[in-house]
Design a protein around this ligand. Structure first.
Ligand SMILES: [Mg+2]
Length: 348
């Protein structure tokens, strides 16, 4: 579906590795005071003074984590930064730097890498992170992107997965399942396109869910919001693999159980209508579909009044004793054990 808009193809070997790095990194700015040295030496130098440093890495592989048939390279660059800074926000920390490493096969011209780096540059600006290093190398097949995100936080702010207590409320930001259904629509259109390349898809009815898949955003606002509300979550995780699998992570690491309420799941109206069109149960999608990049956290019951009525937050359940297990309470009031059917790259 994505046309090659740029007919110019400059071979990467024309530039050489150093020329390529210089070319791709020329738009990166340094804005964080903790960056003492960015790109240009053997290593970057950071100084977090009295803050703690938080570090997280993700690897994205063509054919496993993304499909260039419908993922424009600029979006891919943007998304690869988003998924990493999301992990930093999930620690209740502020992302400050990233490193970007890319391996490409010779089927990618310079113009393709420029698009990828345009997306990375845009995201670095949006999330105010300095690009302080990385590597570029060749791969035998396909595109591989590895990004490491670095962040900072006061020690007291840091929020782990293991701090949830029985009776805490389970809270999620935004809505669930849209990125997964966006992917289903894109997969369907790809099949149609393969049969008839002249068929221009009309995707107007799917704009929200497709955007959630192709251009997700990390919840950079939540840390500030929680701070303003004087709430310190007892545990937190971001939703990359799917709600059920993230709930199970919080429960296992905190040594507790959970009751999740089907009727409380926040669903966008577009998601509901597309689920009807595909004849898929929206609860299943909300629970098992991944890549929402919303934040899932627990708070003390005493903090409930502070978030009540806030459109950013939905209370979807509460934590119980470990011996009570991890369950979904359906609309019909039946109790079903919650299983981790989250998206898993190792299944592919
Ligand atoms: Mg995560």
């Amino acid at each position: 579906m994505i046309e090659d808009k740029n007919p110019q193809r400059t071979s990467l070997s024309d530039l050489g590795e150093f020329g390529l790095i210089k070319h791709l990194t020329k738009n990166f700015e340094i804005n964080q005071s903790s960056t003492l040295k960015g790109i240009g030496d053997d290593a970057a130098v950071l100084d977090f003074k009295d803050k703690k440093a938080v570090i997280s890495t993700d690897l994205l592989i063509e054919g496993v984590h993304f499909d260039l048939a419908y993922m424009p390279l600029k979006h891919l660059g943007y998304k690869s930064v988003v998924v990493n800074v999301s992990d930093i926000y999930a620690m209740n920390a502020k992302p400050t730097q990233i490193t970007v490493s890319v391996a490409v096969s010779n089927r990618f011209p310079l113009e393709a890498l420029e698009e990828l780096f345009d997306g990375i540059t845009l995201a670095a600006k949006e999330y105010n992170v300095d690009v302080i290093g990385g590597d570029t190398t060749s791969s035998q097949k396909g595109l591989i992107i590895s990004i490491t995100a670095i962040g900072e936080a006061d020690e007291a702010e840091l929020t782990y997965r293991n701090g949830a207590k029985s009776n805490d409320l389970l809270v999620v930001t935004g809505d669930l399942g849209a990125a997964y259904m966006g992917l289903q629509v894109l997969e369907r259109e790809k099949q149609v396109f393969q049969v008839n390349p002249n068929n221009q898809p009309d995707l107007d009815a799917y704009t929200y869910i497709i955007e959630r898949q192709l251009k997700p955003e990390a919840r950079k606002d939540i840390r500030t919001l929680l701070h303003a509300l004087e709430i310190k979550p007892t545990s937190m995780i971001d939703i990359s693999d799917g709600l059920s699998s993230e709930i199970i992570h919080l429960c296992k690491q905190s040594g507790i159980g959970c009751n999740l309420y089907e009727e409380k799941l926040p669903l966008d109206p577009q998601l509901i209508s597309v689920c009807e069109e595909f004849n898929i149960d929206s609860t299943t999608v909300a629970i098992n579909g991944g890549e929402d990049y919303e934040l899932l956290f627990t708070i003390s019951m005493n903090d409930f009044d502070k978030i009540k009525g806030n459109p950013n937050f939905t209370v979807i359940g509460h934590m119980v004793e470990e011996s009570d297990g991890i369950h979904l309470i359906t609309r019909a009031n039946t109790k079903i054990p919650l299983k981790a059917r989250g998206w898993n790259a190792l299944d592919n």
